[in-house]
Design a protein around this ligand. Sequence first.
Ligand SMILES: *Cc1c(COP(=O)(O)O)cnc(C)c1O
Length: 480
Amino acid sequence: MKLLFERSREGHSAQHLPQTQLSGYSLPEQLRRCRELRLPALAETEISRHYTELSQQVHGVNSGFYPLGSCTMKYNPKIDEQIASLPGFTGIHPLQPVSTAQGCLEVLDRAGQALCEITGMDAMSFQPAAGAHGEFTGLLLIKAYHQARGEGEQRTKVIVPDSAHGTNPATATMCGYTIVNIASNAAGGVDLDALRRAVGADTAALMLTNPNTVGIFDPNILEITRIVHEAGGQCYYDGANMNAIMGLARPGDMGFDVVHLNIHKTFATPHGGGGPGSGPCGCKAHLAPFLPADQVTEAADGYRLERPAQSIGRVKAFFGNFLVVVKALTYIISLGAEGIVEAAETAVLNANYMKKRLSPYYHMAYDDFCMHEFVLSLAGEKSRFDVSALDVAKALMDHGMHPPTMYFPLIVPEALMIEPTETESKDTLDEAIEAFIAVQRQLQADAASLRQAPQATPVRRLDETQAARRPVLTYQEKEL
Ligand SMILES: *Cc1c(COP(=O)(O)O)cnc(C)c1O
């Protein structure tokens, strides 16, 4: 499609600016442009059509099925956006006196209480802007805790299972820790013997997500957190997969000391290119004195802001992405305690329904029941037909859906990871299942054709390496 600059025609305009009221004012010479500002000249219809066309070139959860595993791309109720756009929330200034911002502080306080209840934590900070940022904050709490106990020097290692999301080892490295990678067992969970061998007086923490990135809830979780605690380490819960268990099981009860949540995954905010996220970090009481400044507290005369006694400081300006918290609280209140449980149960049911129906056609990496997502492997197809997980993902796009997550987790060869979420109807799931089956049939009948997919998208196969390494994101104006 054409760029705005390429559509520009001299004389076209959508400007209706009044004549200036200022007279006799001129900018100092050195501040003036040396040449005319070149803006595209377009009529309002042309601008409107351009942006509408642009919006139709992408696939979002508002346009169709988006089963991107480990991301929880669910449909977000519009009421959350409506509440977050109320002027009382959008017109607030972060520096206005606390006495005039009581309603907004109440939102933070109530959202914190709800998320503490859901996670089994005692305190919550909304400063982190996304999941990885929440991990960073959580590990800083753990680091401050060990330091306060005089064990900061000695505890230098963070244990991370090989099924972990890449942000976990990255976060631990940024916090100055050395990573100890431990293997998963055949069932996809933590290998207890490997964990026992890995822990010691140098263990700062274990980072774990449960259910993990292969969609499996680790039945040994109490034993796992006990082993780490006995060695003097802390347990960090990566809450990105909370959608599967919210209202049903709590990280706090599993023995975790710190969690982060991804509001943009579990609690109704668009993510990816869709807007700012929020990665609140919650902790048990023994870590609360280290939380970022400031925390909202309730006193007799209203809400106040307080700096926790041994605070690690600020990790973001003011209160993080406040409007995202408004959406989360709206979502929690509108679903209610039962609705939250039902959402989690439906997410798990939908994943198991798809997994079961696809099992005759695709090789599942793990046989057992899954939680909110499941992983299939195309290693067999790769060796027999020279067709990869990438080819299958591209072919699925021709069926009008966003492809699943590819090549993750790393422990499954030729992996596709599917997370349907609770917001899809049985009809949509059935259509997606038919699409997967059609692609498997196409693969068997004419493998070469799969390598030509996608055929029906605005662009075909892109050079993904160049697009990531050398993206062209700006328009280079041609010299006049
Ligand atoms: C998405 C995700 C993260 C990172 O969260 P962001 O909000 O993208 O920074 C961490 N861990 C897991 C398991 C995830 O799925």
